[in-house]
Design a protein around this ligand. Sequence first.
Ligand SMILES: C[S@@+](CC[C@H](N)C(=O)[O-])C[C@H]1O[C@@H](n2cnc3c(N)ncnc32)[C@H](O)[C@@H]1O
Length: 212
Amino acid sequence: MAPDSDNDRYAGFPPGFFSRVDHSPDSNFYLEPRLVTHIDDEAITAVGVLYRELKLEGRVLDLMGSWVSHFLEPPDELMVLGMNTTELSNNEHASSWVRHDLNLDPQLPFGNESFDAVVCCVSVDYLVQPLEVFDEVRRCLRSGGVFVNTFSNRCFPTKAIQGWGQTDDRGHVAIVGEYFRRSGGWMDLHAELRTETSGLGDPLYAVWGYKE
Ligand SMILES: C[S@@+](CC[C@H](N)C(=O)[O-])C[C@H]1O[C@@H](n2cnc3c(N)ncnc32)[C@H](O)[C@@H]1O
C-alpha cells in the first residue's frame, strides 16, 4: 500500500510518487526465480569493494536479496531477506534466509539491534513504504551500525515506484538521502559514485549512513 498522502513524513513527495505501474502483489512478480545478475561485473565488484572498505563484519542483513550478495569476503553471519525461496536457498554466502514481503509488511522479523550492518543492493526503488522500512532497519541495527544502499540506472520499471522512474541518477541519490533524513536517527551520511565515469558500464551509486 502506498503511504498515506496526509502522513506528514511523506509530505512534499508528489502525488503518485510511490505508486507503481504493476500494483499487483509482489509475490506474483517474484514467483519465478531469476538466477541472474542485475548489474554488470564491474558494478558488482564495486559493491564488494565498498563492503570491504566499510569493513562489514559480524552479523549482516542483506535486505531484498537474491542468490548473490556480492561480498568479496562473506561476513560471519549473513541473513538474506527476499521474495523468492529458490533464489534465497541458492545464496552460498547466506547463513540463513527468510522470505518476507516488505511492501505487505514493512516490519522486519528480527529483534532490536540484531545486526552490525544492513545492505540493500539495487532494490530500494521497489519499496512503497520506504520510511517504515528505514525505521525498521534502524531498529534492527546496533548503535553505530551501517545501512548501505547501492543502485544503478536499471530496474524492473513496472515494479519500481513511479517517482524513481521519473528522475535520473542524481535524483535517485537525492531520494535515498531523503529516506535517511526523513526516517531520522542516522548520522554520517555518504553518497558516492563508485564506478568509473567513462559511461560505458553500469554506474554504481552508494548512499549509506550510520545509526546514531
Ligand atoms: C533487482 S533484484 C536485486 C537482488 C539482489 N539484491 C542483487 O543485488 O542481485 C530485486 C530484489 O528485491 C527483492 N524484492 C522485491 N520486492 C520485494 C518486497 N516487496 N519485499 C522484499 N523483497 C523484495 C526481490 O526478492 C529481488 O531479489
